[in-house]
Each structure stands twice: as C-alpha cells, then as structure tokens.
Write a protein of this length. Structure first.
Length: 141
C-alpha cells in the first residue's frame, strides 16, 4: 500500500518542529510500505543512528525481495516546548501499527505487534535551514 505524504513542514518554530515530528512518521510509514527510502534519507540528519537503522531495515528487506505490510502510525501528541536554534526537542505520544514482514514468497516472516500510547522524544536540528531528525528515543514503560 502507498499513500501520499504531506508537504514537509518548514517553519523553524516550536509548532513547525511538532509538525515535522508528525511528518516524520508519515514518511517512515511510506518507506516501510513502498521500499522507497529517499525522502526518509533526506529528512535524516547525518549521524542519526535510529534513522540509519530504519533505512537499513527497509533497504535490506526490499533488496532481498521481502516487503512490509503495515498500517498507519498515529501521532496522538507532538509538542516542542521551546526551540533554541538549531535544536528542538519534541515530546511525542504515538500508536504504532502491527507490521508484517513478508518473505519473497509472500509468507509472513516476522510480525511486530501494534502498540498504543508509546511516549518518546525526538531531537531535531535545523542546522541546514530545514528540519531533520537527529535522534528518536522511546521511553521504556
């Protein structure tokens, strides 16, 4: 499945940072559902380890003839309390969908269960004049 991704938020403000956090998950969903990581790569800051893991996971699976089938990640809350250029910290609450990784023959190779109400913090940078993800950490309940 493929869906349209909204325009990248460009306002370098706390609200723009929160909008970017929502946008990031749209892009991540699209990458996993299509195998195309180009937009995900463009919005990932150099050295973003979690970004590199997401990109590598998608490229590895699709390169091996596998694919992902996933629903939509729902961002229930995203707020950047303050923005001190070039870094913004965004507090988030997200619902992650169930994700099936399908082998090349179509069989289910791996399943990641859905989860609701996961809390985390995203570190964004605007050092290049546009938002990019630097780091994303989920809090362990």
């Amino acid at each position: 499945p493929s869906r349209l991704v909204s325009a990248v938020p460009s306002a370098l403000t706390p609200q723009g940072a929160a909008d970017f956090a929502r946008y990031f998950f749209e892009v991540l969903d699209a990458a996993y559902n299509t195998g195309d990581t180009s937009t995900l790569e463009a919005i990932s800051a150099p050295g973003c380890k979690v970004c590199d893991r997401y990109i590598s996971s998608v490229k590895s699976a699709y390169g091996a003839g596998e694919m992902f089938m996933a629903g939509e990640t729902v961002v229930r809350f995203a707020e950047a309390p303050a923005y001190t250029a070039p870094v913004a910290e965004v507090d988030i609450v997200v619902d992650f969908p169930k994700v099936d990784k399908r082998a090349a023959d179509g069989s289910v190779a791996q399943v990641a269960a859905a989860s609701k109400g996961d809390r985390g913090r995203m570190s964004l940078t605007s050092a290049t004049g546009r938002w990019q993800l630097q780091e994303f950490v989920l809090q362990v309940p």
